[in-house]
Design a protein around this ligand. Sequence first.
Ligand SMILES: Nc1ncnc2c1ncn2[C@@H]1O[C@H](COP(=O)(O)OP(=O)(O)O)[C@@H](O)[C@H]1O
Ligand SMILES: C[C@@](O)(CCOP(=O)(O)O)CC(=O)O
Ligand SMILES: [Mg+2]
Length: 402
Amino acid sequence: MLAQEFIVSCPGKVILHGEHAVVHGKVALAVSLNLRSFLRLRCSKHGKVLLNLPNLGTHLKWEVATLQTLKTAFPVDAGDPKSPSPEQIAALKEFVGVVNGSVDTENLAVMAFLYLYLSIGAKYRVLPSLEIVVWSELPIGAGLGSSAAYNVSIVAALLTACGAVGFPAQADAESARWAAEELHLINTWAFRGEKIIHGNPSGVDNAVGTWGGALRYHAGKITSLERVPELRILLTNTKVPRSTKLLVAGVRDKILKFPDILNPVLTSIDAISQECERLLKEVNRNPSVDCFSVLEELFDINQHHLNVLGVGHPSLDRLCQVTASHGLHSKLTGAGGGGCGITLLRPDVDPNVVEAAKQELKACGYECWETCIGAPGISLHMFSGLKEEVQKVFQRFEKAEH
Ligand SMILES: Nc1ncnc2c1ncn2[C@@H]1O[C@H](COP(=O)(O)OP(=O)(O)O)[C@@H](O)[C@H]1O
Ligand SMILES: C[C@@](O)(CCOP(=O)(O)O)CC(=O)O
Ligand SMILES: [Mg+2]
């Protein structure tokens, strides 16, 4: 055990183009958000594991010895499994009390945590006694990659606690990042955690959470996009709940049912991502190029494609109609089925237009905010470097059991 107490944070993400198609090997373009998940880890000597998830109102405690009863599913000599095995998932479901049917929000989060704690523990031969609090500014289950931010944070914290990655030297007083090969290890484990929550993730969300910035993701290959030019985005949360796992499974079923109809749609989404990437590069080279009309058209076309894939929702149709009535163009982001949409804002857009659109969206019961994109990926923080709101969340857990 190296560090005794530390805080990590991980950004959420917005997918500009390529959600769902990326699960089927197509290109996605994604950027990190200025909304983050925060995790505090404290090592202790009380022989227990405490997991506090204030966003869900979940507060759990296990004896390490009780968790060790799962060791048949998580043997220490298992090597480096690439995926949670069916036996591990069955053991975790039984442990958290899922009998049949789908796993709810809380159990998914608990199973992902236990999977990572036990697998990393088996690999590095240590099951530490610790207290973990994870709190997020991101809406949970709304398409902004909260599951990836959760998994990346847990992995970075556990790998640091057991010494598998170093304690990053403080680049400045407030935050620090791990070395590239350590980030690679964090991303690899986080992808496995995403498999518990998403079923069949592409890996784009955990890649953005790990590295931050703007990324092109294609079949596991991650390329950093050059600085994304002047891209202003309005984010709108319809607040309609949905599950990424079910939506991803629904798209897979549809593709299997109508391969000749849906595969061309995936190919077209791929072409949209590539055209968008080309335009962004062009604007980077020559900022006077006006690419916004085409970017807007690409949003419209992709939104139609996502409806064809079956991941639209009346709330998202409404969002698109409202913004279109103000001359703005939107699409869903993430898994769809509700959750969030993004609206492209031209650099020269009239602020009154944006304000009017926001008011009308709010009148629909939606929440919206303008975002900054390209935030740093997983980072380590000093408590004093955190903003007050986040400090307060952690202070609520000061008197946790010892
Ligand atoms: N801060 C958090 N606390 C607890 N669970 C979380 C947190 N963030 C994400 N999760 C888990 O991630 C799931 C949501 O993931 P998902 O359906 O992929 O949506 P998204 O990633 O778009 O938010 C939740 O059901 C929960 O299990
Ligand atoms: C639909 C998908 O492309 C993105 C899902 O993002 P989110 O969980 O809805 O934030 C799935 C994936 O890439 O794993
Ligand atoms: Mg997710």
